[in-house]
Design a protein around this ligand. Structure first.
Ligand SMILES: *Cc1c(COP(=O)(O)O)cnc(C)c1O
Length: 365
């Protein structure tokens, strides 16, 4: 008999989960949140009213459309490149989309390959789908070329390769020509995670342009970042219909609620308004890239809506000093760096003021 209110150790937890903690960035109630790369500009009142209207006219006593064809059609139209609904899959954030991809193409005895430093959620998706997580390092400037990727593929023999561009947490872009060369030389599923593509200096330089020629390519996108819809939870992918069919096998039935479909559909209908601040956020990022070095900091060139800044000998001390002044950034990435998301002008002013008062020693000091 198991006693009431048992400790985890009293329960038959999967062995590989013993000692694991639920993962996620700290969610702290502070005035300035520059830690999870959200778009800091909320939707307008008119947009919220449209969303409320869509929700209030929804059907809730029936299950929602399992195939959410209307939303998939809107997503395909948004992406362009000749894509249709059969090329699109979506779920509650690209974290769930990636779990579907790995559920279908990873699994026991199979490997997923990524290039570090990169997104800290990938190992979780791998673990949850019983896929072995293997990494290869990026170059010292965090770039990747085709030979780096192909050599790692030859060594690891993964069934799923994930290339993140612009990369999180470094902001580094991997050129489409590099991805094309990789695709010409591998049969593995190649997932190009373009979560931050809309912030890139050249957003049209996207792996979507390679989909017509490559059936093993998956381009992953999200409405959480540029699209100002992190709370709505909608991530999606574009790929050959067979890949979409594989995701349809492993998804939980009715995974996208009627509310999610309705609200995401409104947001997509008003894509221009949802994306209206992307230019501002790009400019904010560029200012951070310019101002950081002027203030004596090292920055890493970024095509996303965040910048790595440092380097501190004890970055946790610097993170804490910023937090003590009401500014939350992310303690992640290569040694000594902190990652700062592009915020509103007021938020950036608060960040620069707080930064000027941080006295944690820098590396080499
Ligand atoms: C934020 C982010 C995502 C998106 O996550 P959602 O689950 O869609 O909110 C995907 N990939 C990377 C690299 C990210 O940084």
């Amino acid at each position: 008999m198991v006693k009431a209110n048992p400790a985890l150790a009293d329960l038959p937890l999967r062995p590989e989960l013993v000692g694991e903690e639920p993962y996620g960035a700290p969610q702290l109630d502070v005035p300035v949140c520059l830690n999870v790369n959200e778009n800091p500009y909320p939707p307008s009142g008119a947009m919220l009213a449209d969303m409320a209207q869509a929700i209030s006219s929804g059907v809730y006593h029936r299950y929602p459309d399992r195939e959410f064809l209307r939303l998939r059609t809107q997503l395909a139209d948004y992406l362009g490149h000749g894509l249709g609904p059969a090329n699109i899959w979506a779920a509650n954030g690209s974290n769930e989309v990636m779990t579907h991809v790995l559920g279908a193409f990873g699994g026991p005895g199979r490997r997923m390959l990524t290039f570090t430093p990169t997104y800290s959620m990938y190992p979780e998706y791998a673990r949850n789908t019983h896929t072995e997580y293997v990494t290869a390092p990026r170059r010292v400037d965090y770039t990747l070329d085709a030979s780096d990727i192909l050599l790692a593929i030859a060594r690891v023999e993964p069934t799923v390769v994930v290339i993140t561009t612009p990369n999180n947490p470094t902001g580094t872009t991997t050129p489409v020509t590099v991805i094309a060369e990789v695709l010409a030389n591998t049969d593995a599923i190649v997932v190009v995670d373009e979560a931050y593509q809309e912030f890139a200096r050249d957003p049209e330089a996207t792996a979507l342009s390679l989909l017509a020629d490559h059936g093993n390519l998956v381009v992953s996108r999200t409405m959480s970042k540029a699209f100002a819809f992190a709370g709505g939870r909608l991530g999606y992918l574009a790929a050959a219909p067979a890949i979409v069919d594989a995701c349809r096998i492993v998804r939980l039935p009715y995974h996208l609620s009627a509310q999610t479909q309705a609200v995401a559909s409104v947001a997509l209908r008003h894509a221009d308004e949802m994306l209206a601040r992307v230019d501002d956020l790009r400019a904010t990022r560029d200012e951070l890239l310019r101002r950081g070095p002027q203030l004596g900091f090292e920055v890493v060139d970024s095509d996303a809506n965040f910048v790595l800044i440092g380097r501190w000998a004890d970055r946790h001390a610097a993170w804490q000093q910023l937090l003590d002044q009401g500014v939350l950034v992310r303690e992640t990435g290569p040694e000594g760096f902190l990652r700062v998301s592009a915020g509103t002008p007021d938020e950036m002013a608060a960040f620069y003021a707080a930064l000027a008062r941080v006295d944690a020693p820098r590396m080499g000091e």
